[in-house]
Design a protein around this ligand. Structure first.
Ligand SMILES: Cc1cc2nc3c(=O)[nH]c(=O)nc-3n(C[C@H](O)[C@H](O)[C@H](O)COP(=O)(O)OP(=O)(O)OC[C@H]3O[C@@H](n4cnc5c(N)ncnc54)[C@H](O)[C@@H]3O)c2cc1C
Length: 478
């Protein structure tokens, strides 16, 4: 039974005021799952959400109305370099509305049993892609011309956070598609490439991925061995890629390969590989990986055996792959930092109901100061990390005409959030005691999922290194 009528809302980073809610008998999901009072009210199929096809319409309508009434900046359409055409920074209400829409989507499409099944069966629910597309979530940073919402990086973080809160692995696959693939195409593709690839990716008809890492080239990714030999009309790709998120399912993969192996980092080219094309017969997924966490975010080892890629599918310029890679890296770090934010929220969603209900020594365990200390730490870590991520995203969105994207900030946001999320996951397991250690409850899943963010998209050590080097550059030290 909830003991009070005022609880703090653990939703957007900007909401600090307590939310009044009517106490109710907790459902089983609230007792065991990730449902927190105030932030989640029980789902009613009749009142909760318009059909998915309408949800995108609502977002677009919302954006249109703000466009007309609040920020008409002349000429912005042609100036923005990291943002979609016609972008203007979303108002706070737009972002709150988007967060509510995403929460409603998650409640309906990714309830606890879906999140648990995805983890236990290590299988992504592929029907989700169309649903994410219909909701407009797959093209948050894409031009409207290609079906996108043109909403920018704060919005992308909001969606990433709330999807990850519902399921870390669905959130991760979402980011690999919408940020690593879609946004990379937006930033580097030419008009013809965008027209050819983006509409299907944004609608969820096709699944996207990005393949950079190899067995022997992880942190030192420019030491990659995959080659792209120039032939008549295009290139032949040979080699393997490792740990590729969405790799087993992907139709469109941005692949990095060496066009001039002897030129080191200056000999890498980025390609758009269409795995459905008959030219890509030599493409295969050697195996889907069995992972500690993020289970169900399908990760694969990919083989390229003389895969033909037409010259029209070179992303950016030949031998400029490192520029393409770097172009997206900071923004990837930023958007991915919202993944651990969602997982920290998930940890709180699981822990708060439990510690207020579970009694030992005749009282709820939340009345013990050791438990209170953990709750305070979890909550504070979440709030600090959310403030960091959204401050960086806001600066980039609001400076959209010439955004200053600081490596220290983007790498710092994910470095800090990733480590704090693992700690929150561990605290959630600890607060739930034996219950936290069984797989029927999501605490262990959150903990295992969180650990990935200290490794994937660059490890904590490498993030510290790039932050240090960024300062060195500013101080003129090589
Ligand atoms: C679930 C998952 C999904 C992934 N998805 C993708 C994807 O979609 N696309 C893709 O291209 N890649 C993906 N990756 C790969 C990921 O980016 C790499 O695993 C990561 O960059 C680390 O590389 P590595 O595993 O080879 O570790 P290594 O580079 O071998 O590092 C091992 C350890 O040594 C440390 N280390 C290495 N170099 C240094 C140094 N100079 N100083 C200090 N410490 C150092 C590392 O920090 C780490 O602790 C994914 C990985 C995972 C696990």
């Amino acid at each position: 039974m909830w003991s009070g009528s005022m609880l703090v809302l653990f939703v957007p980073q900007c909401k600090v005021e307590p939310l009044r809610f009517t106490p109710h008998e907790p459902t089983e999901a609230e007792s065991w799952g990730r449902v927190s009072p105030g932030s989640y009210t029980p789902l009613s199929t009749s009142t909760c959400m318009p059909p998915l096809s309408h949800s995108r319409w609502i977002l677009q309508g919302l954006r249109q109305s703000t466009k007309i009434f609040s920020l008409p900046i002349r000429g912005q359409r042609w100036i923005a370099t990291k943002h979609p055409k016609g972008f203007y920074p979303p108002a706070r209400e737009d972002l709150e509305e988007l967060r509510e829409r995403t929460q409603e989507f998650a409640r309906r499409e990714i309830p606890e049993d879906v999140a648990q099944r995805t983890d236990h069966e290590n299988e992504f629910p592929n029907k989700m892609w169309r649903k994410l597309g219909e909701a407009g979530f797959l093209g948050i940073t894409a031009d409207e011309d290609y079906g996108g919402l043109a909403m920018g990086y704060q919005a992308h973080c909001v969606v990433m956070e709330e999807l990850s809160r519902a399921s870390g692995s669905i959130g991760l696959s979402y980011a690999a598609h919408s940020q690593l693939c879609v946004n990379q195409l937006m930033l580097n593709g030419n008009d013809e490439q965008k027209q050819r690839f983006l509409p299907d990716l944004v609608s969820g008809k096709k699944i996207g991925a990005l393949a950079m890492s190899e067995h022997s080239a992880g942190s030192d990714v420019v030491s990659m061995k995959m080659t792209a030999e120039e032939v008549d009309g295009g290139y032949l790709l040979n080699g393997t890629k490792m740990w590729i998120t969405n790799g087993p399912d992907a139709h469109t993969i941005i692949v990095y390969a060496k066009t001039e192996p002897q030129a080191g980092s200056k000999g890498i080219t980025a390609f758009i590989v269409d795995t459905t094309s008959p030219d890509t017969n030599g493409f295969s997924c050697a195996r889907k990986l069995d992972k500690l966490g993020m289970r169900g975010s399908n990760t694969g080892e990919l083989i390229f055996d003389s895969v033909f890629v037409p010259a029209a599918n070179v992303l950016g310029l030949p031998n400029s792959g490192v520029r393409v890679l770097m172009e997206g890296l900071d923004l990837e770090r930023l958007v991915l930092s919202a993944g651990p934010l969602g997982l920290m929220q998930a940890a709180l969603d699981i822990t708060l109901p439990y510690v207020h209900q579970r009694k030992q020594f005749g009282q709820p365990i939340a009345q013990n100061q050791f438990i209170q200390g953990k709750l305070a730490d979890m909550y504070t870590k979440y709030r600090v990390c959310a403030a960091f991520t959204y401050a960086v995203a806001r600066d980039i969105d609001e400076g959209f005409e010439a955004p200053e994207i600081r490596t220290q900030d983007c790498a710092g946001a994910i470095l800090y959030a990733a480590e704090r999320a693992t700690e929150c996951g561990l605290d959630a397991v600890q607060c739930l005691g034996g219950t936290g250690y069984v797989n029927e409850v999501g605490a262990g899943r959150v903990m295992r999922d969180a650990k990935l963010y200290e490794i994937g998209a660059g490890t904590s050590e490498i993030r510290r290194m790039v932050i240090g080097r960024a300062f060195n550059r500013e101080w003129g030290v090589k």
